[in-house]
Design a protein around this ligand. Structure first.
Ligand code: AMP
Ligand code: MG
Length: 471
């Protein structure tokens, strides 16, 4: 049996609620992540018995308490359709939460049924594994299980459960919960627990709140620039969907940008485009302001001093994000260090891509691989400027392209493909294209012969495409 630990329960009991009702999940494995199971050295096979063993622990699962700002409004939330089975220590001594999503009602379910649809869980599986393949910090998906239940949404849908692994499920919203509904002792306990779990290098002295915030801010600045590198739009960056570990979490209405437009926003519920592609760094900063506010009393006992420290920390987010973004964009064009002469070249390229509605992914792919099938006519002058700058920097194009190959993917999960694969899987019980997509997404920086095309986007797809929160 794979025994899971219960370190989270070292926190005060206000941070969780024990799930007493029977799991009672009659489940068939629909997707199983063999390579992740192997990486984790889950020494149980076949997959059915691994899953059985993960679910059959001697202790009860728990639902974690958290609150959050959803589209700017504060709400009490908590695991309403998920639960923590326990933690697992991987072969490289990293601790992972083993989570079930869609596993039924908990104390935090409010009016919801605690269930999840097969299509929503497949979506999370595809996007989280795509992010992992792209080398971007993310929660992982070990398996999708169908429950055989029909669950009621806009129409009846098949029920499913996702087994998710995450470095933890500590969220900005967990701190907001502790501040709003508990006391300073609870906030301090949560911070100390978070430090031990994610930032053990931080010394446990009176400066630890400052160092902790600095570490989280650093991780998020890097994470958001990584999203922008590949054109990822999270879609619902509420504070409850922002981790303390710096992993991407909760793949609801997320999508990848096709044609370059900073305002791209596909989510049907994001009417004000709060979480549009290029708003993501400012929304991350907004969320980090909420986290910093939570820890104000721990930054300094005098409020004015605490506020001054907080403001300086938040300014650091801007500086760090700008630094990460510049390094990332320089690399996308083959420059391995930041150079003031390259900055206008980046700006010009983005302006041209926007003006000519060029595909973000295809454009960088064409630059990286000299792919002639991709139309770059609007960039003729820019291409000359780029070549000239590479020469004047003493970088030969081949060396530049070797660097570019490590940051400009060949494969991203194109939105229309994801929708098609989910449709085929859910409506037709046909998995072959989905399996192909998942295989290609494992090595997204390698050119490949695949029956799936990652370069052609159906006409007007972006104009009509909408994503949903998918509960
Ligand atoms: P999410 O959109 O997944 O970030 O969820 C936001 C909040 O709604 C969380 O507290 C979830 O637990 C809760 N929630 C979402 N779907 C359901 C559901 N079907 N039943 C109960 N709670 C839900
Ligand atoms: Mg969430």
């Amino acid at each position: 049996m794979t025994t899971l630990t219960q370190h989270y329960q070292q926190l005060p009991a206000c941070f969780y609620s024990v799930v007493e009702n029977d799991l009672n999940i009659k489940s068939d494995i629909y997707l199983f992540n063999d390579s992740l199971a192997e990486e984790m050295q889950f020494n149980v096979s076949p997959p059915e018995s691994l899953i059985e063993s993960l679910m059959a622990q001697d202790h009860r699962p728990i639902a974690q308490a958290y609150a959050g700002h959803q589209f700017g409004n504060f709400n009490m939330l908590g695991d309403g359709r998920a639960m923590l089975l326990g933690e697992y220590q991987s072969p490289n001594m990293q601790m992972f939460d083993v989570h079930l999503k869609g596993s039924g009602r908990t104390e935090f379910s409010r009016g919801g049924d605690g269930k999840a649809t097969l299509s929503a869980m497949l979506r999370e599986y595809i996007y989280s594994e795509a992010m992992a393949g792209l080398g971007i910090p993310t929660t992982r998906s070990l398996a999708v299980l169908t429950t055989g239940e029909k669950i009621s949404r806009q129409q009846e849908e098949q029920g499913a459960v996702l087994i998710r692994l995450a470095k933890s499920h500590l969220r900005v919203g967990t701190f907001e919960y502790a501040v709003a509904f508990q006391n300073i002792e609870a906030v301090t306990a949560l911070m100390d627990f978070s430090i031990q779990r994610h930032y053990p290098h931080i010394e446990m002295n009176e400066k630890r709140a400052y160092n902790f915030l600095k570490a989280v801010i650093n991780k998020q600045a890097k994470l958001i620039s990584e999203w922008l590198r590949v054109g990822f739009i999270h879609g619902v960056m509420n504070t409850d969907n922002m981790t303390i570990s710096g992993e991407t979490i909760d793949f609801g209405p997320c999508a990848f940008m096709n044609k370059y437009d900073p305002q791209t926003c596909f989510s049907s519920i994001d009417r004000d485009q709060r979480y549009a592609f290029s708003a993501q760094q400012s929304m991350a900063k907004w969320n980090l302001c909420r986290l910093t506010e939570c820890l104000l009393p721990l930054l300094d006992s005098e409020e004015p001093q605490a506020i001054a420290i907080a403001q300086q920390l938040i300014r650091e987010f801007d500086e760090q994000f700008e630094q990460c973004w510049q390094v990332m964009m320089h690399q996308k064009l083959g420059f391995d260090k930041i150079d003031d002469n390259v900055k206008p070249l980046i700006e010009d390229l983005l302006a041209l891509m926007f003006h000519h509605k060029l595909d973000y992914h295809n454009t960088f792919y064409a630059l990286t691989y000299d792919a002639e099938q991709i139309e770059l006519a609007p960039l003729t002058q820019w291409l000359e400027d780029w070549a000239g700058l590479l020469t004047s920097q003493g970088v030969d194009k081949q060396t530049a392209q070797e660097l570019m190959k490590t940051v400009n993917p060949v494969v991203i999960p194109r939105n229309h493909l994801v929708e098609q694969m989910i449709h085929e899987a859910v409506e037709l019980n046909e998995q072959s294209n989905l399996q192909q997509l998942l295989l290609d997404l494992k090595t997204p920086y390698t050119k490949k012969v695949s029956p799936l095309s990652y370069f052609d986007i159906p006409a007007n797809h972006d104009e009509t495409h909408q994503t949903f929160c998918g509960t």
